[in-house]
Design a protein around this ligand. Structure first.
Ligand code: GRF
Length: 200
């Protein structure tokens, strides 16, 4: 069973969806630790499920020391994949080199459209009629890594940021466990930027 280390910065609803999918056997994996860069609300979700969780004070430590502690922590727990679920920090190439092809993220838009913060607001302001979410491998850029899976979500004429966020989040909660299960069951391979998924 593959071992996931989940990194969060906020409420952790994607973490909750991952744990639920594991509980329902839709995701064949284990969350072995949850870590954060701040005292995130989602750490409580982890604790309630009896998962070792911790946070390292990124503000006080600075990027380099923070990442060193995080790498050591994730290695202590022998994680196979590092799963970013609302983790709001860019990771350095030094960090990524410790987990090659093993760091994944979910982003609330159909990348490469609308990377970075406020993706749903960007989508509304641009006037797209379809947006969605993307699970991708993480590289040094901002939401630029090879794409593993995407789900499209309609944008309605009367949407505001909140309603669009809610609709996309619902899709995220299905897509992330699905994509992680593809990784967990060895159905994902990568050649350059192109990710091949064996869906059977
Ligand atoms: C999600 O919209 C995710 O796509 C983005 O940050 C948000 C995190 O939400 N990267 P949650 O903490 O999982 O509820």
């Amino acid at each position: 069973m593959i071992r996931l280390g989940v990194l969060i910065s906020g409420r952790g609803s994607n973490l909750g969806a991952i744990l639920k999918a594991i509980g329902n056997d839709r995701l064949k994996a284990r969350v072995v630790t949850v870590a954060s860069d701040r005292p995130a609300a989602g750490l409580t979700t982890a604790k309630q499920d009896g998962i070792p969780s911790t946070w390292f004070n990124r503000k006080q430590l600075g990027q380099e020391e923070f990442e060193e502690l995080l790498v050591a922590h994730l290695q202590d727990f022998e994680v196979d994949f590092v799963v970013l679920a609302g983790f709001m920090r860019l990771l350095s190439s030094k960090f990524l080199a410790e987990f090659p092809d093993r760091v994944v993220n979910i982003h609330p838009s159909l990348l490469p459209a609308f990377p970075g913060v406020d993706a749903q607001k960007q989508a509304l302001e641009y006037g797209v009629k379809v947006s969605g979410c993307t699970v991708h491998f993480v590289d040094e850029g901002m939401d630029t890594g090879p794409i593993i899976a995407q789900a499209a979500v309609p944008v309605h004429p009367d949407d505001d940021e909140e309603s669009l966020k809610t609709r996309i989040l619902k899709a995220e909660h299905l897509l992330y466990p699905h994509a992680l299960n593809l990784l967990a069951t060895g159905k994902v391979s990568r050649l350059g930027r192109i990710v091949h998924v064996e869906e059977r």
